[in-house]
Design a protein around this ligand. Sequence first.
Ligand code: GDP
Length: 529
Amino acid sequence: MSQTAERVDVATEAARRRTFAVISHPDAGKSTLTEALALHTHAIAEAGHVNGKAGRRRTVSDWMDMEQARGISITSASLQLDYRDTVLNLLDTPGHADFSEDTYRVLAAVDAAVMLVDAAKGLEPQTMKLFAVCKHRGIPIITVINKWDRPGRDALALMDEIAERTGLTPTPLTWPVGIAGDFRGVLDRRTGEYVRFTATAGGAHIAPEERLDPATAAAREGDAWDVAAEESDLLHVSGADHDDATFLAGISTPLLFASAVRNFGVHALLEVLVDLAPAPDARPDVDGDPREITEPFSAFVFKMQAGMDTAHRDRLAFVRVCSGVFERGSVVTIARTGRPFATKYAQQAFGRERTVVDLAYPGDVVGLVNATDLRVGDTLHDGRRVEFPPLPTFAPEHFAVARAVDPSRYKQFRRGIAQLDAEGVVQILRSDLRGEQAPVFAAVGPMQFEVAQHRMATEFNAPIRLEQLGYSTALRTERAWVPAIDAQLGAEVLERTDGQLLALFADRWRLQTFRRNNPEVVLTPLVAA
Ligand code: GDP
């Protein structure tokens, strides 16, 4: 292929990709929505066929289950769907017990996020945490109010809550006809039409949608239509109409109403992703210089995972392609070490069938096997050297002291800790008081401790004991104002490897008390460093 032909090809392929993640709180319906998106893009033929206890319909709890149930290939990292002429890369944000650094880091690999909100619960804590990361990174957000088929809050009240708590201006693209619990359809605010939904048995199939003009809608739905039309006008008057520029700048958020379980409103989301969400674009390197998508191959590792074959301690690196074409079998360079990396074993295309990835384009995710030389945050490239900025660190909420089970293996212990620290598996905190032999592990999710413990034992031959510390909050501070571990205060100051001092508090109540009593001490939240 000539250079020019390849460049044109890359630009075209990149332009038809949308790489995004769903940010939500557990139980808001992320798995159900994922399944609905797969159904609407014909990646699966039927939703919800996995039966749980007593034959009741059960949502597929995770993508691995879904893969087994459907025989489609989904990895724990990404699902690729085709819609119209667009390739949608949906990256997973692990949510329940497996909420961790990885969940946040996925957001470094997406170009847009879908914020899924339960109509009855509004914005929940995990959603807010993930939202904060999106906001920090300037990621455009599409908001979906889910479970409108169930009694919930008032639509305008939900909009107010979103505006107040996120600072985003919600710009509804659809407006519900019928209150929460009486979901008849939506008013398409761009055309003024009524999109009427028809339920299918158990929500297993794509729900038929009928487009009706306003007069027919009014005749059919009476008050429910009139209220929707009035509220929509009110929104228009108050300036809540979609605007591309503010959406892409992360200032406004298009809003949709849906019922993932009934497959209502899923088409609209797909259309919005294709029509409004941004395609991959040049990514700034560590010096702020953009790597254009048409330049030679570059990608960065956003997630590492132990391979399926645990006996071989294989490790899988998930990379997001940023520029150029990924070709299986090519040898690329690891920017950190300058060493070559053979992509011979590049794995999995996601989507309909389990195949090996031969080609991937900007926005795509590739799983590289045999990735023991790679770390989270690493840049891989071909041609002109490039190194992307390191992935951010996040506010830890779990803390534990690590000690070598066998003190004579201290050298291995130190080496292992340094490695886990460099990879960002856990953050490592120290203080003179606790000493070198008792570093503190800090993590977003407790599962990271298990990963660290396992790797210390198997990989570094230095088994560790972990002793949980009763802190739940860490803030940046400028000096060590707590001279010692202060049990009564429920606070402690430790130094992170990057030199940042962190103040740890047992709970918010203790933090508030401390703030009140020590107004001169500056404590700043850790969103993303
Ligand atoms: P996740 O934890 O965010 O992945 O949530 P799930 O997709 O597992 O859904 C949690 C529960 O909410 C399940 O029982 C779903 O059947 C239910 N659910 C999801 N979406 C909807 C919806 O639109 N309407 C209703 N009524 N229930 C839903």
